[in-house]
Design a protein around this ligand. Structure first.
Ligand code: APR
Ligand code: PHB
Length: 399
């Protein structure tokens, strides 16, 4: 087979890239190891920043998002000390004039898959043995075994590595030029999905001596909730009752007239937390985008938005190269994308370290005092609030 761009991985990065290239008249072939049902069954992120929403709307993917998504002006930040729980609303629109939208990654993936099918673009699901070849040359190729067991080769002008943290693309950048940075955090999240109306209109990020908790949502009838747990936590130790008890304590059920409604838990899993950046994001004609190049801890809600911003830049760069014959934007893709990646890496690390409690190992609670001081600052000072709001609601794609 021959195409212009082979896209490895059909998560949000790969699917959106194929959509953006198609609109620019650039042909692509998408390869994915999993089945479409599996990809749709994964429960992932839920918050779109304003530039992500603008981009999706501009490229014809905003219709269901506008109808079924939920626009939020901001978030709640809260902390509990002894008998006192303080909850503050941080209004992004007031501070920076931008909002965010709650719309599950699953829903966005459905929209992207529907757009791909409507346009009749090629995708191969349930492939195996994916291998990248000659990526440093102008004629790279990808070989794979298709779902019927046939060996295939696709030749292209470029390969987009959108295969997530565990895919093979990152390793196709030679170790002699590759650099990685990593932080593994001493905690994880236990995430649950519950069939119950959210007990809050906007997300609640809660600092608590027993650990962080987050109240998020997917719709008017489905809540998404998280608890800070140990990195090696065994999910089997968390009965539904234990989950609800911990959420009630940490989110402040019964305090300040607020209560947490409970309902049947339909999914429960432990998510590891790490920051990881791999550079460069381009090697020859191989371009990395999304989780293939970087991972952020979920506290800043940046993973999905970074994947969207990467492919917006990448589609523009590949179109300039393949349609107009102009190599400048592919030349600066890595640098352009990494500026935003490092901003979001810092923001995600900052939100994470501000909100997660760590066992006091030196006999005092110095870290906790700093966290509480920081929380007070971002909820009481315009400058503090605006910094958080600007990063959370998101910087422009070209930042
Ligand atoms: N060949 C083809 N596809 C592969 C391979 C391979 N060898 N290995 C992995 N994949 C697929 C995975 O099955 C997955 O569907 O690549 C896809 C990568 O998708 P994501 O992991 O969703 O990554 P990305 O598209 O970059 O989106 C980032 O997803 O993980 C969340 O929080 C993250 O919201 C962020 C977003
Ligand atoms: C989610 O709804 O899954 C979610 C929301 C905000 C975060 C992380 C996850 O910071």
């Amino acid at each position: 087979m021959r195409t212009r761009v082979v896209i490895v991985g059909a998560g949000p990065a790969g699917l959106l890239l194929s959509h953006l290239l198609d609109r620019a008249g650039v042909d692509s072939v998408l390869l994915e190891t999993r089945s479409p049902q599996y990809v749709l069954g994964r429960i992932r992120a839920g918050v779109l920043e304003s530039s992500s929403v603008d981009l999706l709307t501009e490229v014809g993917l905003g219709e269901r998002l506008a109808r079924e998504g939920d626009e939020h002006r901001g978030i709640y930040l809260q902390w509990t000390e002894g008998q006192d729980t303080e909850r503050h609303h941080l209004d992004f629109v007031d501070h920076v004039g931008r909002s965010v939208w709650v719309y599950g990654q699953t829903e966005l993936t459905k929209d992207l898959m529907a757009a791909r099918e409507a346009a009749g673009r090629q995708a191969h699901y349930e492939v195996a043995d994916v291998a990248l070849h000659d990526v440093a040359s102008e004629r790279p190729s990808v070989t794979f075994t298709d779902r019927n067991g046939r060996r295939q080769r696709v030749e292209a002008d470029a390969v987009a590595g959108c295969d997530g943290f565990h895919g093979p693309s990152r390793a196709a950048v030679p170790t002699s030029v590759r650099r990685t940075w990593e932080r593994v955090y001493p905690y994880a999240w236990l995430g649950v999905l519950a069939d119950v109306a959210p007990s809050t209109d906007e997300l609640v990020y809660a600092w608590h001596p027993e650990g962080f908790a987050l109240h998020s949502m997917r719709s008017a009838t489905v809540s998404r909730l998280y608890l800070q747990v140990a990195p090696d936590e065994d999910v089997a130790q968390w009965s539904d009752d234990r989950v609800w008890d911990a959420l009630a304590t940490r989110l402040g059920h019964g305090r300040n007239g607020w209560s947490l409604e409970q309902g049947p838990i339909t999914e429960k899993s432990v998510l590891p937390m790490r920051s990881h950046v791999a550079t460069p994001m381009r090697h020859g004609r191989l371009f990395l985008a999304g989780d293939a190049a970087h991972i952020v801890p979920p506290t800043g809600a940046k993973g999905l938005n970074l994947a969207i911003a990467d492919v917006a830049l990448l589609a523009r760069a590949l179109t300039a190269l393949l349609v107009d014959g102009s190599p400048a934007l592919v030349g600066s893709y890595s640098e352009d994308a990494l500026r935003r990646v490092w901003r979001c890496t810092h923001f995600s690390w900052w939100m994470t370290t501000m909100l997660h409690t760590v066992p006091a190992d030196r006999g005092d609670d110095f870290d906790a005092r700093l966290q509480l001081s920081q929380l007070r600052w971002v909820t009481s000072s315009h400058a503090g609030a605006a910094g958080l709001a600007e990063n959370y609601a998101g910087l422009p794609i070209g930042f």
